[in-house]
Design a binder for this molecule. Structure first.
Ligand code: ADP
Ligand code: ZN
Ligand code: ZN
Length: 659
């Protein structure tokens, strides 16, 4: 008799045995339909064996072993096993997460009738690399047969992408395949065009969660069948079933979207390094402002550090950055100095951009009589005013309601908004410059129109002023854009999250990088109440190094990452008392392990203490040793399963990036 071990998408830390006499070792990684309770479920075969611990009267027969699609390869299964162990997340859901949704159906795979056509692009010839680029390529390429982590730190526009392209070319010439990761779905079409133009003969697919189910599965299958040379994708592409992988590139490696923010909280950048190590291939991490962790690893010579210090485009220079002291009295959403600067660009038919990291009209609706604030009924957060839609919306759950006409506490009609979001800035600028063509870009505006079309309009000069959130500052090349302004940036300076200033610095550097990429000199304005702050002083010099050294010294003083390793137990429930007692026993059980070198903090409510009727609590654990922390988490997580009452969801967030 032959038995198979099956991974199923269940929140249980176990695999399931079934009898399947037709199975051979070749079938590991295939989809299989099995009976489960009264249901049928799809799982993945992770082992084939002659014996089982399950008593004969209890063992069930597998229903259908699907051979219509190639199995998940050993290499990817190995990565998935690592992911499960490292993030202390059950193997079943981890493996099923890597599979496109359309392949999780109990029915077999039915290929779509229509094949999607590849986009037609004009072939593009490569510019000759400058000496810095060439030396980067040669260093990495010399070691193409071994694992090394390369931190390619190059200022915005320094030609990092050209370095990737040259490395890709050499990898393809050796008959190997490439995985390129980008942080944003919205960036994939642009990067895809640039790569396709360079490698018209190569077969390339992009992989991200916005694809339709069929399309995504179809692409995954083509990759698994070995038909694809270049995979371009967001974080989930780290599990793409590429064989003969020869190179992994993680562009904008500092970007927080590489870290999954719910469920299995893996970091695709870190897994890229694991995959590269397993495969013995180079992994290139590219950024203008690396994460402090990566920068520190490079400093400690765990990564190879390569610098590109100048803009590559002939004649292009870095923009001048000016700090504008935001005055408390001035109640305008945009200061006169900025208005003046925008006016100048309009006269010269150039573009300007206002970056504000908050969508909506205003973040607060307040009663002038009794200070009542409009808050969400499901979360303990403020409702955001969306004036055009005449709505109040919660940005954390789906709650929305018509804009209140009077105070819900004292019935006064004397309500005002405080603060500003993209819509208020847009409205203000439109009143100020009635003839200007203003385009607002945030996740609200992108729901209605495609980013790709809007990017085209911007590039073709059909827009004068851009107003938007961080979507706007990532990786785009708008030649007519010569001025960038950032407003409302100060809250990060006194945030309780110790990474807030790092994120702010990165965002501002990235935003600045949008200005003056063409021949015209760029200018950047940042409005702050604290122009003397070291962060801004480093920024105006474009001095990442100085910022990073300051920051690393502070982290060392307080003993925060990268000088320690962290994990957070995050749990939620509609029942606060049940949740509290679970967290209490969880902490107790960790203490009882007498784990060495572990610091346990108090159980606290996160900043978002309640979201969509669910209360949240968290427990931070810290250690100076990664392996001690990992050992403790392994023991602890097995104890948490029986401890957790129904109605409580929990997850261990390893290497959290928001506290
Ligand atoms: P990054 O990825 O570092 O932001 P890119 O690779 O996008 O930089 O390059 C920025 C601009 O400079 C692009 O317009 C690119 O075509 C151009 N460029 C890059 N390398 C060279 C080079 N060696 N010679 C001329 N132009 C270059
Ligand atoms: Zn009131
Ligand atoms: Zn809410």
């Amino acid at each position: 008799m032959t038995f198979i071990e099956v991974a199923l998408d269940l929140p249980l830390n176990t695999l399931f045995d079934y009898q399947c006499d037709e199975a051979t070792l070749e079938d590991i990684g295939l989809r299989v339909v099995v009976p489960f309770g009264r249901d049928e479920k799809v799982g993945i075969v992770v082992a084939v064996k002659e014996n089982t611990q399950v008593p004969p009267q209890k063992i069930k027969q597998a229903i259908q072993l699907w051979r219509d699609v190639p199995p998940i390869t050993d290499e990817v299964l190995q990565l998935l096993r690592f992911t499960s162990q490292y993030y202390h997340y059950p193997l079943g859901p981890v493996i099923m997460h890597a599979l496109p949704p359309a392949l999780k159906k109990t029915a077999g795979w039915q290929p779509p009738k229509k094949r999607s056509k590849a986009i037609a692009v004009k072939p593009l010839s490569a510019p000759p690399l400058n000496p810095a680029q060439r030396s980067a390529v040669e260093s990495i390429d010399q070691k193409h047969n071994e694992f090394k982590a390369w931190l390619l730190q190059g200022i915005t526009g320094s030609g990092k992408t050209e370095v990737y392209l040259e490395l890709v070319e050499r990898t393809l010439q050796r008959g190997k395949k490439v995985l390129i990761m980008v942080p944003e779905i919205n960036l994939t079409p642009l990067v895809e065009q640039r790569f396709q133009a360079r490698f018209p003969q190569a077969s390339m697919v992009s992989l991200h969660s916005a694809l339709g189910d069929k399309e995504r599965a179809q692409r995954w299958i083509e990759i698994a069948e070995g038909k694809v040379d270049i995979v371009l994708g967001t974080r989930l592409s780290i599990f793409a079933p590429l064989e003969q992988l020869g190179l992994i590139v993680v562009d904008e490696e500092h970007d927080s979207s590489y870290k999954q923010a719910e469920g299995m909280r893996y970091n695709a950048r870190d897994l890229a390094l694991v995959r590269g190590q397993n495969k013995k291939i180079p992994v290139v991490l590219g950024s203008a402002s690396p994460s402090l962790e990566s920068w520190w690893n490079a400093k400690q010579q765990r990564y190879q550090h390569i610098h590109l210090l100048e803009r590559a485009h002939p004649g292009a220079t870095l923009p001048a950055i000016h700090l504008i002291k935001a005055s408390q009295e001035e109640s305008k959403p945009v200061s006169d100095r900025l208005i003046h600067a925008i006016g100048e660009r309009l006269d010269k038919a150039q573009q300007s951009m206002v970056f504000i990291n908050r969508r909506g009209f205003a973040p607060v609706l307040i009663c002038n009589q009794c200070q009542w604030l409009a808050t969400c009924e499901h979360c303990q957060t403020r409702l955001v005013v969306h004036r055009r839609q005449r709505q109040l919306r919660c940005h954390h759950c789906d709650y929305q309601r018509p804009l209140d006409q009077y105070c819900r506490h004292c019935k006064s009609h004397d309500l005002t908004t405080l603060g500003e979001g993209t819509q208020k800035i847009e409205e203000f600028l439109q009143q100020r410059f009635p003839d200007a063509r203003i385009l607002r870009i945030d996740s609200d505006s992108l729901k209605s129109r495609e980013w790709a079309t809007q990017i085209q309009e911007i590039s073709q000069g059909q827009v004068d002023i851009l107003v938007g959130t961080q979507i706007l500052i990532k990786g785009h090349d708008f030649p007519k854009l010569t001025m960038v302004a950032a407003v409302n940036v100060d809250s990060a300076l006194y945030s309780s999250d110790f990474r807030a200033s790092e994120r702010l610095f990165t965002q501002l550097l990235q935003a600045s990088g949008r200005a003056g990429r063409g021949a015209d000199q760029g200018e950047v304005f940042i409005e702050t109440a604290f122009p003397q702050h070291p962060l801004f002083q480093a920024l105006i010099e474009h001095d990442y190094q100085r910022f990073a050294e300051n920051e690393i010294n502070e982290r060392r003083l307080i003993g925060f990452p990268p000088f320690c390793y962290q994990a957070i137990l995050r749990a939620s429930s509609t029942q606060l008392s049940t949740l509290q007692s679970f967290m209490h026993s969880a902490k107790h059980s960790l203490k009882a392990l007498h784990a060495e070198h572990l610091t346990l903090f108090d159980v606290i409510a996160p900043t978002l203490a309640k979201v969509g009727h669910k209360h949240r609590l968290q427990l931070l654990i810290q250690s100076s040793s990664r392996s001690h922390l990992q050992q403790a988490l392994s023991l602890w997580s097995t104890e948490l399963y029986p401890l957790s009452p129904s109605g409580v969801n929990w997850v261990i967030d390893v290497d959290p990036i928001d506290c």
